[in-house]
Design a protein around this ligand. Structure first.
Ligand code: ADP
Ligand code: MG
Length: 470
């Protein structure tokens, strides 16, 4: 049977299954639980359904799994099991690692004819790599408050400027994770596009820059790689800290950077750290990065968090009481991304269950997140867990011994201490046998590197992190 006909038939079966379900559990429950469930594929007897949220997935599987299977088997005897999965996250999010403007044809063929071919980005489909910017990341949607007003003003200024001012080039925005750096960069992209659609703006993550460069080296196509940057008017590179320690890529970046600045092209960079705190970069690079306008985004305040929540809640389809917004702004102080996620979860839950949103309900829905926020991990706990995990003595955490078998676990523990506590590098060093802060820094970097190259370390770290936060 050809594939299209097979699909049609499967869809017809799904309609019949839904009819029977609706009859049995009633219209309301059916809408609540199956309204957004989608039909997937039937492969070797296994039928896949897709649920919009984890919550719906679990509920459907637990409460209706048997019935769904029985109904399917009644209409299609090729089905031996039914699996409910989570819908994959929307592609554009991940595709945003590089955005070129004017927009390029989204098909790889079209793109090849209008731009030099770069080969696919590592780990991503080549056709995914060029797409529009995240539509909601605009200046209009960016809530301004004390912690981010300077970065916001600087970004707006760049977007409204016809020619870059040398003293503001590059614009270097830095701040912690989830505080709005990427949002601001996309906002610049949108604003320039609105003002003058002919300006060529290239946005890409530093990771994408590095991956593409490595790919170009491998396929001996660095000429084509360079071509990508040759005619841009504005270059934006997100998360430049990623380039640290990657020598060849750094040189290439430095070269690209300089040649654009010489042509008086605007450059916008973002980073988690100020130029002075970037490790493993050449001095000339460091001074170049910080030679324009450096703007930081401070960690959020309660007031800013509340305003952001209010702005987001306004667009929700159901009302969210102020008390709930205040509760969230108070409890979730880490970063804006988490804050948004929490609000979305509460709203989604209210919609699905048809339940009024209250503080208790929010507490209930977010209990895992809130527990994490309340929980403070100590260095002692980290050292104990890590020592137990690697089966070494606790005393090795502060011993001077440098054998790999104890040094590596010690580095993992230092890394976790940096990640999970608010202690400074010197404070952490002190707790590990009075070590110097540079030793801790080295450990943190080492583990960050190993997490990429060594799967077992990555797994160890994830596991330990989860145990410590659990
Ligand atoms: P970063 O790049 O700094 O890690 P993002 O720009 O990805 O952070 O921001 C994380 C999320 O928080 C995004 O969804 C963004 O829209 C939102 N966000 C951050 N700051 C603000 C703000 N001031 N107003 C509105 N939304 C914000
Ligand atoms: Mg970002």
């Amino acid at each position: 049977m050809d594939e299209v006909a097979g699909r049609k038939e499967l869809e017809a079966h799904w309609v019949r299954v839904c009819d029977r379900l609706r009859k049995e559990i009633g219209d309301k429950a059916f809408k609540t639980w199956f309204g957004e469930v989608e039909l997937g594929k039937l492969e070797t007897g296994k039928l896949r359904l897709y649920a919009p949220t984890r919550f719906v997935r679990d509920w459907v599987a637990r409460h209706y799994g048997d019935r769904v299977l029985a109904y399917w088997q009644a209409v299609n005897n090729g089905v031996s099991s039914v699996e409910v999965n989570l819908v994959p996250p929307p592609a554009p999010r991940r595709a945003n690692d590089i955005i070129a403007m004017p927009p390029l044809p989204s098909s790889p063929q079209g793109y090849a004819s209008s731009m030099p071919r770069l080969g696919p980005a590592i780990g991503r489909g080549s056709d995914e790599a060029f797409q529009g910017s995240e539509a909601r990341y605009t200046f209009a949607n960016f809530v301004v408050g004390k912690p981010n007003e300077f970065a916001y003003a600087a970004a707006r200024n760049i977007a409204e400027q016809d020619r870059p001012l040398p003293e503001r080039n590059p614009l270097y925005i830095f701040g912690g994770v989830g505080l709005g750096k990427t949002h601001l960069m996309h906002a610049i992209w949108h604003a320039i596009r609105e003002r003058d659609p002919k300006t060529r703006v290239l946005y890409l993550t530093a990771e994408s820059f590095v991956n593409r460069f490595i790919q170009a080296l491998r396929t001996k196509s660095t000429g084509q790689f360079k071509e990508l940057f040759r005619n841009v008017d504005v270059l934006m590179v997100d998360d430049v800290q990623f380039i640290c320690g990657k020598e060849a890529s750094q040189d290439e970046f430095f070269f690209t950077f300089n040649s654009l600045v010489e042509q008086n092209k605007q450059i916008v960079l973002s980073s988690e750290k100020p130029p002075s705190e970037l490790q493993d970069i050449e001095e000339r690079m460091r001074s170049r990065l910080g030679s324009g306008l450096v703007a930081d985004i401070h960690s959020s305040t309660y007031e800013l968090r509340l305003s952001i929540l209010q702005a987001k809640a306004e667009t929700a389809r159901i009302p969210v009481p102020l008390s709930v917004l205040e509760f969230l702004a108070h409890k979730i102080s880490t970063n804006i991304r988490e804050l948004e996620g929490a609000l979305n979860r509460v709203i989604a839950h209210g919609q699905l269950i048809g339940r009024e949103i209250t503080v208790e309900m929010a507490q209930d829905v977010l209990h895992d997140l809130l527990r994490q926020a309340d929980r403070k991990v100590t260095v002692d706990e980290i050292q104990q867990r890590v020592a137990a995990h690697y089966n070494i003595k606790l005393a090795e955490m502060s011993s001077p011994r440098r054998a790999r078998s104890v040094a590596r676990p010690r580095q993992v523990a230092m890394y976790l201490a940096k990640q999970l506590t608010t202690l400074s590098l010197p404070q952490i060093g002190k707790r590990f046998g009075n070590r110097d802060h540079t030793t801790v820094m080295h450990a943190v970097r080492k583990i960050e590197e190993l997490k990429v190259s060594d799967l077992s370390i990555a797994e160890d770290v994830e596991l330990l992190k989860r145990q410590l936060q659990g």
